[in-house]
Design a protein around this ligand. Structure first.
Ligand code: GLA
Length: 357
């Protein structure tokens, strides 16, 4: 008897969900559902703009970020050589389809070619030379896309995860001290005074890291550095963070009058970084349920944040391929996005769309 009752309940619940989904106009995309709230974006490669994936991008999103093309090592692989082709392709696609575009990223400790930090003899350069190189890089990259890119992740991940240190010990920091951060913003502002300039980082919902980022940006603002926003990368999971911590982060940064954007959102279905979860590679019913709940609660927070969030960008298009298939555990398939491997909308998609329908 108990079993029958339970079955009936599940069927009814599913019927309810389907019916909710059907009330939503499926010819609309996420960008349409959220059009009066915030932009909806996705990170792309020239390849993901093609075929079925490209059609999905046009239907669902109104802002793009280059997944890799604009990272320093790709766009500026050698001192006197820039590689523009991939970024030009993405910028042209955005223009053709009336989309906005975010620039990612001008200054980062990873994916930056070695030449930046070394002279011709292979010796590490000094502060003056490194800042000159940073200025040339930013001036050329931002200058080329002036008017096409409305917002830039100027500095990415400068704060350390280790509670004992404030700044990440990178070559940028070792050679220039924290001053490279202010300089990067200043150079970007000079290259395009109209662009919105962001500091971008992950783990922004960790109270200790949040406080360190807050203090860094507060100091930059007090010094008159042109910084307009903070990017919460949003690499989250079924287990973390809580919506309370996310709310605290948004409230805290908005005290500084900053524009807040979610710049790299995905929700890993795993709890462990060490492949300790049972059934790795399987999108179990429980994982699906937890993920639906997480997506719903995060979007509720964005909607309740009173226009403090101006854009939500997903990191990768669909579960067919995402960087989380290889990170932090190699070859462990993940299912972090709102579209499945066949580009169909997942339950989490409808749950999110339902919030504004
Ligand atoms: C960081 C970077 C992104 C990307 C992701 C992983 O969040 O900001 O550019 O490299 O890691 O794909």
């Amino acid at each position: 008897m108990k079993r029958r009752l339970a079955l009936f309940f599940v069927l009814t619940l599913n019927g309810f969900q389907l019916c909710q989904a059907q009330q939503i106009d499926s010819s609309l995309g996420l960008k349409d559902h959220f059009k009066n709230r915030f932009l909806i974006g996705v990170s792309v490669t020239p390849n993901s703009l093609k075929g079925e994936s490209g059609a999905l991008i046009i239907r669902e999103f109104n802002t793009l970020t280059a997944e890799n093309a604009m990272k320093p090592s790709l766009i500026h692989p050698e001192k006197d050589r820039y590689f523009w082709t991939d970024t030009d392709t993405i910028v042209a696609f955005a223009k053709r389809n009336n989309m906005k575009m975010r620039g990612h990223t001008l200054c980062w400790h990873r994916q930056t070619a070695e030449w930046f930090f070394k002279d011709d003899a292979g010796t590490q350069v000094g502060k003056e030379e490194l800042l000159k190189r940073l200025k040339d890089h930013i001036t050329n990259v931002v200058g080329r896309y002036k008017g096409s890119i409305y917002a830039w992740d100027v500095v990415n991940e400068a704060i350390d995860d280790n509670e004992k240190n404030d700044f990440r010990s990178s070559l940028w920091y070792e050679i220039c001290g924290e001053e490279y951060i202010a300089k990067a913003f200043q150079y970007a502002h000079e290259a395009d005074p109209k662009a919105k300039l962001f500091y971008n980082d992950y783990n922004t919902e960790n109270p200790v890291k949040r406080e360190k980022i807050f203090l860094m940006i507060k100091k930059l603002k007090e010094q008159g550095v042109p910084i307009h926003g903070v990017g919460l990368q949003g690499h989250w999971s079924n287990k973390w963070p809580s919506s309370e911590e996310l709310t605290r982060t948004i409230e805290k940064f908005s005290l500084l009058g900053l524009d807040i954007q979610i710049t790299e959102m995905d929700i890993s279905v795993y709890g462990s970084k060490e492949n300790m979860d049972e059934n790795p590679g399987v999108f179990t019913a429980e994982r699906e349920k937890d993920q639906v709940e997480k997506y719903r609660s995060f979007f509720e927070v964005f909607l309740k944040s009173n226009n403090k969030i101006s854009s939500v960008t997903f990191w990768n298009v669909s579960d067919k391929h995402s960087w989380l298939d290889n990170f932090p555990v190699k070859n462990r398939k993940n299912f972090p996005l709102l579209f499945d491997a066949a580009f169909s909308r997942k339950k989490a998609y409808w749950e999110v769309a339902k919030l504004v329908n």
